[in-house]
Design a binder for this molecule. Structure first.
Ligand code: SAM
Ligand code: DTB
Ligand code: SF4
Length: 379
C-alpha cells in the first residue's frame, strides 16, 4: 500500500500524481474493453467470493481505511420539466416537494463552511433542471459559488442537468472538481424510466465534462424494476468509456410518494453489495459512492459495502429532498470500524485533473491547500 508518514504523505502523493499523471507505479492499468459476459460472470459469482475479490482489488488501488465524505445541497429545488420516474422534483408528479428558485450565494457558502467544519471534503450542489438554457444569470451565480467553495480548499461538484462543452469549460475555469451526471441504468432499461432525454444525451454531457478536464461522477440507481442484466449493462457502459469515471455513485431507490415508482419493492441488500463489488473489480481506480438509500442499511451492512470497495458517502443534514445520514452518526460509525475521512484531492485521478491548480498550491504550500477530513490545512 502507498502509505507513508503522515506529515509528508500528502505532498508526496500529490507530487507523484502530478509528476506521472498516473496511478502509483505498482498499480496495474485499468481495462477499458470489457465484454458484458465478462462482467456478468463476475456479477454472478458466489457472493462472498465476489466480495473477497473486490476487497482485494480495493486494497491494490486505494487506502481501505479512507472514506470520502461528501455533502449535498439542493440549490434549486423541484419544478423540473423532466419525467425521471424516481424523482420527487419532476413537475409531472404530485410529490411532497415544493418548488423553489435558485438560492442566493451566501447561504450556500455558509453550508459549505459547515460541511467543511464537520469533516466533509467535497461539497456537491444540485439543481433540478433539464439543462442551463435561458439561465445565464443563474449560471453566473453558480460559477461564483464554485469559485468561492474551491477557494475554501474543498472539492466542488455540481449536478445541473445537461451541459454544453462551453458551459463545462466555464465550470472548469471556475474551479469545478467534478460533475455528477448519472446514466442511472442500462441503455435497454433507460426508456422505462425517463423519456424526456435520451441515453445518448447523457453520454454527450459526460463527454463534454470529461473533455473539459473535469472529473466525471456517473453511476446509477438500483430498485427501478431493472434486472441483473441491466445492472451489468450499466457497469459495462461506464467500463468502456475512454476514461473510467472518477466516481461511480450507487443509489438505492428512495421511494417518493406520487412518483410512478412509489410502490417499488426495495432492492435486496445482496444486490447492492453485488453491484458495488462488481463495480469495484471492473472500475478499480474509481471512487465507489454508497449514495441514496444508505439510511436503509444497518451499520454492519454498510461496513460490508466498505469492505467490498465502497469508499465514499453523502453525509450531512439533507440529500436533495430526503434526509441524509448525519455527520455525527457517520463519524461515530467510521470510528467503530477504523475508518477515516479522505483528504480533498487525495484520489490520484482527481488530483491529476486538478493539475496546475494543485501544483500552484503545493509549491509553496498555499493558503487554499487541500483539506484534511477535519477541515485543518493538510501537511
Ligand atoms: N437534475 C439533475 C440531473 O438529473 O442530472 C441532477 C439531480 S438528480 C436528482 C441526481 C441523481 O440522483 C439522479 O440521476 C438519480 O440517480 C439520483 N436520484 C434522484 N432521485 C432519487 C431517488 N428518489 N432515489 C435514489 N436516487 C435518486
Ligand atoms: C447521486 O448519484 N445521488 C445524489 C447525488 N448524486 C446528487 C442524489 C440522491 C438523491 C436522493 C433523493 C432525494 O434526496 O431527492
Ligand atoms: Fe429533473 Fe434531475 Fe429529477 Fe430528472 S432527476 S426530474 S432531471 S431533477
Amino acid at each position: 500500500m502507498f502509505r507513508v508518514g503522515p506529515s509528508v504523505r500528502l505532498s508526496l502523493r500529490f507530487r507523484r500524481a502530478l509528476a506521472t499523471h498516473a496511478l502509483p507505479p505498482t498499480v496495474p492499468p485499468t481495462r477499458h474493453a470489457w465484454t458484458k459476459k465478462e462482467i456478468q460472470d463476475i456479477y454472478d459469482s458466489p457472493l462472498l467470493d465476489l466480495v473477497f475479490r473486490a476487497a482485494s482489488v480495493h486494497r491494490q488501488y486505494h487506502d481501505p481505511s479512507k472514506i470520502q465524505l461528501c455533502t449535498l445541497m439542493n440549490i434549486k429545488t423541484g419544478g423540473c420539466s423532466e419525467d425521471c420516474a424516481y424523482c420527487s422534483q419532476s413537475s409531472r408528479y404530485a410529490t411532497p416537494t415544493k418548488a423553489s428558485r435558485l438560492v442566493d450565494i451566501e447561504p450556500v457558502l455558509e453550508a459549505a463552511r459547515k460541511a467543511k467544519a464537520n469533516g466533509s471534503t467535497r461539497f456537491c450542489m444540485g439543481a433540478a433542471w433539464r439543462d442551463l438554457s435561458g439561465r445565464k444569470r443563474g449560471f453566473e451565480r453558480i460559477l461564483t459559488m464554485v469559485r468561492e467553495i474551491r477557494g475554501m480548499g474543498m472539492e466542488v461538484c455540481t449536478t445541473l442537468g445537461m451541459l454544453s462543452p462551453e458551459q463545462a469549460r466555464q465550470l472548469k475555469e471556475a474551479g469545478l472538481t467534478a460533475y455528477n451526471h448519472n446514466l442511472d441504468t442500462s441503455r435497454e432499461y433507460y426508456p422505462e424510466v425517463i423519456t424526456t432525454r435520451s441515453y445518448d444525451d447523457r453520454l454527450e454531457t459526460i463527454a463534454a465534462v470529461r473533455d473539459a478536464g473535469i472529473s466525471v461522477c456517473s453511476g446509477g440507481i438500483l430498485g427501478l424494476g431493472e434486472t441483473d442484466k441491466d445492472r451489468v449493462g450499466l457497469i459495462w457502459e461506464v467500463a468502456n468509456m475512454p476514461e473510467h469515471p472518477e466516481s461511480f455513485p450507487v443509489n438505492a431507490l428512495v421511494p417518493i410518494k406520487g412518483t410512478p415508482l412509489e410502490n417499488n419493492e426495495p432492492v435486496p441488500y445482496q444486490t447492492i453489495l453485488r453491484t458495488i463489488s462488481t463495480a469495484r473489480i471492473v472500475l478499480p481506480a474509481t471512487i465507489i459512492r454508497l449514495a441514496a438509500g444508505r439510511q436503509t442499511l444497518d451499520e454492519t451492512q454498510q461496513a460490508m459495502c466498505f469492505m467490498a470497495g465502497a469508499n465514499a458517502v453523502f453525509t450531512g443534514e439533507q440529500m436533495l429532498t430526503t434526509p441524509c445520514s448525519p455527520w455525527d452518526e457517520d463519524k461515530a460509525m467510521m470510528a467503530r470500524w477504523g475508518l477515516e475521512g479522505m483528504r480533498s484531492f487525495e484520489q490520484p485521478g482527481v488530483a491529476r485533473k486538478e493539475g496546475d491548480r494543485l501544483h500552484a498550491q503545493s509549491e509553496p504550500e498555499a493558503a487554499a491547500a487541500p483539506e484534511t477530513s477535519t477541515g485543518q490545512p493538510s501537511a
